[in-house]
Structures are given as structure tokens and as C-alpha cells.
Design a protein around this ligand. Sequence first.
Ligand SMILES: C[S@@+](CC[C@H](N)C(=O)[O-])C[C@H]1O[C@@H](n2cnc3c(N)ncnc32)[C@H](O)[C@@H]1O
Length: 296
Amino acid sequence: MVVYNLKRKKLMMVKDESPSDKFEFNKIYNMECVGGMKKVPAHSIDLVITDPPFAINFKAQRSNYNRTALRVLGGYAEIPQEKYYKFMLDWMKEVYRVLKESGSMYVFSGWNNLKDVLNALDELGFITVNHVIWKYQFGVVTKRKFVTSHYHCIYVCKNDEKRKFFPYSRFDKNSKHEKGGSLHYVDKEDVWYIKREYWNGDVKTPTKLPAEIIKKILMYSSEENDVVLDPFLGSGQVAVVSKMLNRQYIGFEIVKKYYEFANERLTNNIYRVKSEVLAANSEQTLLSLFDKKRTK
Ligand SMILES: C[S@@+](CC[C@H](N)C(=O)[O-])C[C@H]1O[C@@H](n2cnc3c(N)ncnc32)[C@H](O)[C@@H]1O
């Protein structure tokens, strides 16, 4: 790019630092997402699926839920409670800027800080389409209160007329379940019964979303080649499943170990990564869920 240098009083060539030169789709970045998203061009993203940090002093390397601490990558980056609302506003503001008019976002949240998530979405002008409940199996056993066994997923958009939604992408209009009811109706109810994935024996991060939930969102709210963003990648599930379904992806993760784990999955087209100890004694070290023909 040619610019006029005031000091030297002449035209000079400088390297073009425009955002599109720095950030490519079908890549993920090891960086803080608010700064990262500032370099993504406005109106370039079709769908955001994300699960931001919780602000509940989450102990990433705990070994409950059948997890052996050794195989759980530690270092999960948390946000202090008192900064949570401001942080929600900061990253959501960037999402609003990069989303297309036809775009939408699904934000996951536990109940602890849900009010901050909802207030920030309203404050920034997002339109709420649905408030989905994800019911999973096996909450943490309690003695003096009820067991938390659900998660919230807030589906929002910028423009309710223009947002994409494909109501028969998973079940035909006329398909029925065994008892005669409509399958697409049941699938579109706003309580989702989806099991968490337990990756026994494989390397994992502590908070990954099941592939099934991401697949469901992708099928209802995006098309092939659409660009899907996750500002908080963790294990990279959103990018990995997007790639599996022939969507483009981009995302950010601040913790290097998590970024490297997600990147390994994406560049090698593997879904689950065997821990080294197990891999040494195992014939099948990688479990590939990718259709190699489509991902090459
Ligand atoms: C709840 S986890 C996401 C889990 C992910 N959905 C998955 O399926 O693996 C939130 C992630 O955000 C990361 N994180 C926290 N603050 C961040 C920031 N400012 N920018 C980018 N990543 C951040 C954390 O390290 C953590 O991995």
C-alpha cells in the first residue's frame, strides 16, 4: 500500500496491515478473543457458537466425572466475577460487529452468571430467538440442594427477518417416530436431551461440548461453506464439528495447551487424541470421525 509520510514529505510503500491479510478462515488463533475479533472484518461471520468462561472459579484439572487428572489439560482461563459483565459486553460487542445481518449466535451458559449474559445481549441489541435448555446426564451429586443437570443456550440474532433457519434439515416434514408423533417437531422443542461425551483414556479438556449439540445447531442455522466463529475454543469442538460438516471456521483460544490440542485435531483431522501412555499400548491410536474425502 502507498501512503504519504508527513515527516519525510514523500510517498512510501508500507506493508498492508488490513485485517483480512492477518486473519484467514479455516484457521484458529492462540490469542485473547476480543483483540482477535477486532481484526476480523465486519459482517463476515454467518454463525457464532460459543461457551464463554464461567467466572465460578472452575477447577479445570479436577478428576471427577471419570476423569483421570493426568489426561485433562489444565490451565483453563477464568474471568473474575466482578469483571464478568464488562467482559461479556466486550466480546459480544465484537461478535455483533463481525456477524452478517443474516447471522446468529448460540451462547452457552450455566445458571450462575446467566443474568450477566442475558443483560449484555439485550444491552448490545441482539434479538433473542430462543432460550434452549440442554439437559445432560450425571450432574455432580449433592446432599443439601438439587443436582444441576442442565445448561442454558441462548439463541440470538441481529435481524429476525434475515436470520437463517432450516426447519427440516434434520427430519422431513412428514417423518414420524414410533408412536406416530412428528420427528421434526420433537427435534425443535427447546429442551434438548443430549449426552455429554466421556472420552475415557483420551486427552481432553474439562468443559467440552458434545459433538451432537454443535451438529444440531449447525444444521438448523447454517449451510455448507458458511463461516462459523467460536471466540472461546477450548478443545476446539465447534471448529472440529464445523469442519466435519463442511463449514468454514475461525476461532480463538487464550491457553496455549488448549490451542495446540485443538489445532492438532483440526490439522490432522482427528476427533479424539489418545494419551501417550495409552497410545503406546494400543493398536488404534487415533479415532477418526472425519470423512477424509470431504476434508482434504
Ligand atoms: C467453557 S471453555 C470452552 C469449551 C469449548 N466449548 C469446548 O467444547 O471445548 C472456555 C474457554 O475459553 C478460554 N478463554 C478464556 N478467556 C479467553 C479469552 N479472553 N480469549 C480466548 N479464550 C479465552 C478458556 O481458556 C477456555 O478454554
